[in-house]
Design a protein around this ligand. Structure first.
Ligand code: AMP
Length: 194
């Protein structure tokens, strides 16, 4: 199963992706997590990405396309994967389609999580508070000011992907305002219908 979880920052893509990993035994490919790991490790990519990420803007298509292309070649992706936070631009959407088509395969579904903007800010603030309370590092971009820039990037560059996938017939939408369990159920219902 090759799946994309689409939605704005704070929509619950990461949470739902983890549940899908547990249930379906396929990996979650989060470009955000991979980039944060690169920043923490001080790699060349990490150095190039850090300031852009801290400002809530998008890292270049070339960087993330290369990261994903290398990652989906790993053996654990042979049975499928969940893309979380990728693609985020039309260029990336075309790139992933080309990568999969070169392997003789394609995406099975794109699931969009719909969440109100006001709820998103609240979720991001909560995520930062919970991380701090647990003694975990707080993401620099998880604050209301940077969040507005992340949301603007989303509407400018990522939201057009819903039209792109709708036209291809692969888009399914799920009400991301429901409880975490209810969203999981809706996603499983979509997958069962494929
Ligand atoms: P996320 O953890 O998905 O919210 O991503 C955190 C940050 O990493 C984003 O605000 C971007 O700066 C960068 N990033 C993650 N995925 C992508 C992507 N597919 N394209 C461009 N930048 C990305």
């Amino acid at each position: 199963m090759r799946l994309i979880l689409l939605g704005p920052p704070g929509a619950g893509k990461g949470t739902q992706a983890q549940r899908l990993v547990e249930k379906h035994g396929i990996p979650q490919l989060s470009t955000g997590d991979m980039l944060r790991a690169a920043v923490a490790a001080g790699t060349e990519i990490g150095k190039r990405a850090k300031a852009v990420m801290d400002a809530g803007e998008l890292v270049s298509d070339d960087i993330v396309n290369t990261i994903i292309s290398e990652r989906i070649d790993q053996p654990d992706c042979a049975r499928g994967f969940i893309l979380d936070g990728y693609p985020r631009t039309l260029v990336q959407a075309d790139a992933v389609e080309a990568m999969l088509s070169a392997k003789g395969t394609k995406l099975d579904s794109v699931i969009e999580l719909l969440v109100d903007d006001k709820a998103l800010v609240g979720r991001i603030v909560k995520r930062a508070e919970e991380a701090a309370a647990a003694g975990q590092p707080v993401r620099k971009d998880d604050n209301p000011e940077v969040f507005q820039d992340r949301l603007t990037e989303y509407y400018k560059k990522t939201a057009p992907l819903t039209g792109y996938y709708y036209a291809k017939g692969t888009l399914r939408t799920v009400d991301g305002m429901l409880s975490i369990d209810a969203v999981t159920e809706e996603i499983e219902a979509v997958l069962a219908s494929l």
